[in-house]
Design a binder for this molecule. Structure first.
Ligand SMILES: *[C@@H]1O[C@H](CO)[C@@H](O)[C@H](O)[C@H]1NC(C)=O
Ligand SMILES: *[C@@H]1O[C@H](CO)[C@@H](O)[C@H](O)[C@H]1NC(C)=O
Length: 406
């Protein structure tokens, strides 16, 4: 009897921990709840370790994730998999066996808030393997340095160095890649790096080879407005909660974590911030850049007075290499044909949708692929045990887009 009671108590405690009211319309809510409970328990364990001074929260998180997820480079009959250095940066290469003599090529940047993850994780390994196989393309998945040891511009510089090496005639030749059919791609923070690299290299006169396409999966693109409609609508939707994104940004930019409430209040972009020009503000003015069905009933949060000096303290907040949405129109106009995937239940939805609009305004051909039931990160959960339905659908559409456009 006592055992049964204890069991019932434990079960309800577990259900209480796992249960989370989710917006209606999100794909497979129970799977998302379980995923969230797993992430939350990892986060909480890391927070405890951090508070006790055992280790930095990111280190424990990364160790947990690596323990569950990192796998060796294993070749299979269809794809040869090796770990190399690309422009000095560790990179996993997926080279299809057989197929055409000259292959398409994709340089890929994984997500994880510039602090977590690896191209050697099972989820990214599977994604890149499938891309290599389905597209008969060489995929290079780059392990750029991570925060907190590395902060902006380190991640950006690694992404750039790897991309330049990827586009070099030696690497293209060695891996039988067609110089006319190369793409840059990435998800989340990796989508940020892919967009920044696409901008930088499109304007580089010294290059002989250019990216034909850029494919951005729920990219993070700006840190000046934490009250876009998607930040407001999805602030409590797993797995990327609004404060977590603010923390990732501060960590990436090497800023004090104590600024988190300032960012979340949009105090850093109050009108008394002299270093943010009207031109900069217009680049993320979502009342103009988003369609009405995404703006919904939300109102902009623009403070008259805030915390002046924050942008002076953290100048990278207005640096387009960190926040590609802030690029000038002529820079955008030189970037390659684009694919931007966005999810309705994602704080970063409007970062992506505003970028779609700004690219279109700059004359770039853009495919905007929006998932009404998608959540942040869904594409890397396409495989077992999660087998997210929207994850699988979006992955197939992403690969199909590359097949038709690269
Ligand atoms: C944003 O766009 C709206 C609508 O076009 C306009 O009324 C407003 O002045 C703009 N705000 C900024 C800060 O550019
Ligand atoms: C935001 O700025 C206002 C006005 O300066 C200030 O009263 C408030 O405490 C600030 N909030 C945060 C979270 O820094």
């Amino acid at each position: 009897m006592r055992l049964r009671l204890a069991g019932a108590v434990l079960l309800s405690a577990a259900a209480y921990y796992v249960y989370l009211p989710l917006p209606s319309g999100v794909s497979e809510p129970w799977k998302l709840m379980l995923l969230d409970a797993l992430f939350r328990s990892f986060m909480q364990a890391s927070d405890v370790a951090h508070t006790l001074g055992v280790c930095h929260r990111v280190h424990l998180l990364n160790r947990l994730v690596s323990w569950v997820e990192v796998i060796e480079a294993r070749s299979c009959p269809a794809v040869q998999v090796t770990d190399i250095r690309l422009g000095g940066v560790p990179t996993r290469v997926f080279q299809p066996n057989g197929g055409k003599n000259l292959k398409r090529g994709v340089v890929y940047f994984h997500g994880g808030g510039w602090a977590l993850g690896s191209g050697r994780m099972r989820s990214y390994d599977r994604l890149c393997r499938k891309m290599a196989e389905d597209l008969d393309a060489v995929i290079m998945s780059v392990d750029y340095r991570l925060a907190p040891e590395a902060v902006f511009p380190d991640q950006y510089h690694d992404a750039l160095a790897a991309s330049r090496a990827f586009l070099s005639s030696e690497v293209l030749h060695k891996h039988s890649i067609d110089p006319e059919r190369v793409s840059v791609s990435g998800d989340s923070a990796g989508g940020n790096l892919a967009a920044a690299v696409a901008q930088e290299l499109a304007s580089d006169e010294t290059l002989n080879v250019r990216f034909k396409t850029q494919a951005l999966i729920y990219p993070v693109l700006q840190a000046l407005d934490f009250h876009t409609p998607s930040y407001q609508q999805n602030q409590a939707v797993p797995i990327l909660y609004r404060p977590v994104m603010a923390r990732f940004w501060l960590q990436y930019l090497g800023a004090s974590p104590s600024l988190e409430p300032v960012l979340l209040a949009n105090n850093h972009t109050a009108l008394d911030q002299p270093s943010i020009s009207a031109a900069t503000r217009s680049k993320l003015n979502w009342t103009a850049l988003l369609p009405a069905e995404r703006r919904k009933h939300f109102r902009p949060v623009v403070k008259a007075t805030g915390s002046p000096g924050v942008v002076g303290e953290v100048p990278a907040l207005t640096d387009a290499r960190a926040a590609p949405l802030l690029a000038e129109q002529p820079v955008l106009s030189r970037t390659p044909k684009a694919y931007v995937m966005t999810c309705e239940f994602d704080v970063l939805r409007d970062d992506g949708l505003m970028y779609v609009r700004r690219l279109q305004d700059a004359g770039v051909a853009v495919t905007s692929d929006h998932y009404e039931d998608g959540f942040h990160g869904c594409m890397v959960f396409a495989y077992p045990p999660m087998m997210s339905s929207v994850g699988e659908r979006s992955m197939n559409n992403y690969i199909r887009w590359l097949d038709q456009n690269l």
